[in-house]
Design a protein around this ligand. Structure first.
Ligand code: MN
Length: 317
């Protein structure tokens, strides 16, 4: 079945490289694979897409990108450079690639302008933000003009995992535990919950957030979110219960989560209209992700929605 994939990464010169940064962390075969594929945007990548039946990959700069840049001015120019690079690569394969904007959130006004440029001039389909920027989260008041523009443009924002700003001791001693084994899901699910608890979605009721990895565990936790929300004093009074915002404002992708039980839970929690296929290329295997969704025990109309229809509608592809 035809597919659109939304959490598909590239790397270009001048940015942190997952493979190189994790040289003492990853198995050598994984490092080689990442080195070979992350910066490659032609034959290898297209061949992996073809083998997996992926029509379109929506590309984004690999985490953390400029999100860890301390110098705001450098973040602004580096993000522009990443977006220009991506636009040029998309132009070489316009029917196969689309793009998510990379944004310098350190400088909120510049981030608004860059988002606008990426959507209206470069034809990108939304933004992918690699989590917090030096410990500042997207519920911060400085980002209200950003969300206002996101709402006006009608594009989704993908919140992608990144390392926690400060690593808690529970992650000590076990390579990978602070990263994609567990820490990134806790970090990114927490980030999305901050947006909900801040009242962002009451203020902007049309916003859509995308989370990878089957919604970073949130679909599994809806009852508990509501149950525990009731016992804490809120910072902001919300119009609805937390689970309602998850259901109305969050799309989950299957990136890096080829597990039928998790898919069943995500569909049951959010509805098949809010689940979208993805790989997390090249950190995960395109063919494995494709075989998973092709064989998943879901109805054919659901499979169509998840494989491409939801993404085509949300991203106006
Ligand atoms: Mn990813």
């Amino acid at each position: 079945m035809k597919k659109i994939a939304l959490e598909e990464h590239f790397w270009t010169e001048g940015f942190p490289h997952t493979g190189k940064a994790g040289a003492d962390l990853f198995e050598p075969w994984f490092l080689r694979l990442i080195d070979e594929r992350l910066g490659e945007l032609s034959e290898l990548r297209i061949a992996a897409m073809d083998a997996a039946g992926i029509d379109v990959s929506v590309l984004s700069l690999i985490s953390p990108g400029v999100q860890i840049e301390r110098d705001a001015a450098r973040a602004v120019s580096a993000a522009q450079r990443a977006n220009d690079f991506l636009a040029a690569e998309i132009a070489k394969h316009p029917t196969r690639y689309a793009g998510f904007a990379h944004l310098p959130m350190q400088e909120p006004r510049a981030a608004v302008n860059e988002l606008e440029r990426c959507i209206t001039s470069l034809g990108f389909k939304g933004a992918l933000i690699n989590g917090h920027s030096n410990g500042v989260y997207l519920d911060d008041a400085r980002y209200l003009p950003f969300w206002e523009r996101v709402a006006a443009l009608g594009v989704p924002v993908y919140i992608h995992p990144v390392h926690m700003a400060v690593r808690p001791p529970v992650f000590d001693d076990y390579p990978g535990l602070a990263a994609s084994i567990w820490g990134w899901t806790a970090e990114t699910g927490g980030h999305a919950l901050r947006l909900i608890l801040s009242g962002l979605f009451d203020r902007f009721p049309t916003l859509n957030i995308i989370l990878g990895h089957m919604g970073e565990m949130l679909p599994f936790c809806l009852w508990r979110l509501d149950s525990r929300f009731k016992i804490y004093r809120p910072k902001v009074k919300l119009e609805r219960m937390p689970s309602d915002y998850v259901r109305r404002h969050i799309y989950a992708t299957t990136a890096g989560a080829c597990q039928p039980e998790a898919l069943a839970c995500t569909i049951a929690a959010l509805g098949a209209e809010r689940v979208m296929f993805s790989v997390d290329y090249p950190l995960e295997d395109s063919l494995e992700a494709a075989r998973f969704i092709e064989a998943a025990p879901i109805s054919e109309p659901e499979r169509e929605l998840i494989c491409w229809k939801n993404a085509a509608k949300l991203l106006r592809l």
